[in-house]
Design a protein around this ligand. Structure first.
Ligand SMILES: [Zn+2]
Length: 171
């Protein structure tokens, strides 16, 4: 997959501008809910972020709340029945995974990883954070997902054609 130019990367701020129905606010109240929250009641949709978040965290938190908006999943409802906790936990994990995929596209990350491997360097989270303008948590999540997909490729049964070309048969 060719790396897309930086302008083609998903930008949560443009996505927010495109969803004019969402009320956006910076309010310290969001700190009580982990830095940001998304709420919806009927047609009313709101995203609130903590103004104390640094620029990258704000960008990542906005991406997270926008993905909740797309999936129609709510905020981490206070007072929700305890049995929901596991469901909410799974949803949060998949939203975070989607944030990592959008902001650190796997194809582009692979290209960066290959380039740094050529330089003899392992790629670490802060470098990914710099390259893709995300917080280190998201960078680490993206690196982890890349490592997992590389592992599953290695574990896949070998392609017999590829194997044959690596070990040509004497005919
Ligand atoms: Zn969430």
């Amino acid at each position: 997959m060719p790396a897309s130019p930086p302008s083609a990367r998903w930008d949560p701020w443009s996505a927010l501008r495109a969803r004019s129905a969402i009320e956006f606010r910076l309010d310290p109240i969001a700190a009580l809910l982990g830095g940001g929250f998304y709420a919806r009641r009927g047609d009313q949709r709101a995203i609130v972020l903590d103004p104390a978040l640094d620029r990258r965290r704000r960008r990542t938190a906005l991406a997270h709340e926008l993905i909740h908006d797309e999936r129609g999943t709510g905020c981490d409802a206070i007072g929700a029945p305890r049995a929901w906790a596991a469901v909410i936990g799974r949803e949060e994990a998949s939203v975070d995974a989607e944030v990592a995929r959008r902001l650190v596209p796997p194809g582009e990350l692979l290209a960066v990883a290959r380039a740094s491997a050529e330089l003899g360097d392992g790629l670490v989270a802060w470098q990914v954070a710099d390259e893709f303008d995300v917080d280190e948590e998201t960078a680490a999540r993206a690196l982890h997902a890349l490592a997992r997909s590389a592992d599953s490729e290695r574990a896949a049964p070998p392609d017999p054609m590829a194997a044959a070309s690596m070990h040509p048969l004497a005919l």
